[in-house]
Design a protein around this ligand. Structure first.
Ligand code: ADP
Length: 246
């Protein structure tokens, strides 16, 4: 069992506190970060991915400081930012080949990985098409393929389902379930239904603070909101905290 831990993490942008003393641990499985826009999800993910540094506090991977792990941390990490940006003039396969090299995969392993990954994200027919010609959903799917290359042990997805149609969303859920058997998966979203179907652990974030943390069942039990109309119990809980769902 792997574990990513935040210890009293605060991030300030000038006078704005985006994260306010967050302590939290993410274990192997699917961890969903749920909160409205501006609640601090991207900031938290960027800190976990070691792309920006916290103003104070620490991030630990299995007890070791991420900033000290350096290259070793990058080897186990897969990160998909909100706006997937790959090489426009490279085909899908060329992009995967390029990122395989960056991730330190040897050439023969990369060649085996490319068709497997393209199949997984339903882009096998587009291996030779240029990324620049892809629709938003296809870009997103190639981003997923790049992110899960080389079996990362910590995988972070920032708003991954934006731009995916319902069928692709289901396919992505399957990918996440498979990944989560051996990896710590963290995904951020403001879409409650994504979380309900998937998450082993749900973290509700508001104004840079954690307001709840537990499994969907635990949260339902704690607040026991009745599902009403076509709203699920978790949607009711979300509305309780944040006042609206999308
Ligand atoms: P979310 O991903 O939940 O939408 P963010 O982490 O993007 O939230 O933002 C949290 C808060 O921090 C917001 O109020 C946002 O305006 C602010 N913020 C984020 N990035 C910056 C930045 N680079 N400079 C100043 N303020 C920022």
């Amino acid at each position: 069992m792997n574990e990513l831990t935040l210890q009293n993490v605060t991030k300030k942008y000038r006078q704005k506190t985006a994260l306010d003393g967050v302590s939290l641990s993410f274990k192997t499985g699917i961890n969903a970060l749920l909160g409205p826009n501006g609640s601090g999800k991207t900031t938290m993910m960027n800190i976990i991915a070691d792309l920006i540094s916290a103003t104070s506090g620490s991030v630990l991977w299995n007890g070791a400081s991420v900033s000290k792990l350096g290259e070793k941390y990058r080897e186990i990490l897969g990160f998909m930012p909100q706006n997937v940006s790959l090489y426009k003039r490279f085909s899908a396969a060329e992009n995967l080949r390029y990122f395989g090299t960056l991730k330190g995969l040897n050439a023969s392993k990369t060649e085996l990985e490319i068709p497997r990954l393209l199949e997984k994200v339903n882009l096998a027919d587009c291996a030779d098409k240029k990324f620049g010609s892809f629709s938003g959903g296809m870009k997103q799917r190639l981003g997923i393929a790049v992110t899960i290359m080389n079996d990362p042990k910590l995988v972070i997805f920032d708003e991954p389902t934006a731009g995916l149609d319902p069928k692709e969303r289901m396919r992505f859920r399957d990918i996440l379930r498979e990944l989560s058997e051996s990896a710590v998966v963290i995904l951020s979203t403001h879409i409650v239904s994504d979380v309900e179907a998937l998450a082993d652990n749900i973290i509700l974030l508001k104004n840079g603070k954690i307001c709840e943390n537990g499994s969907a069942d635990e949260l339902r039990e704690k607040y026991a909101p009745e599902a009403s109309g076509d709203k699920s119990a978790l949607e009711m809980l979300y509305m309780n905290f944040f006042g609206e769902t999308e």
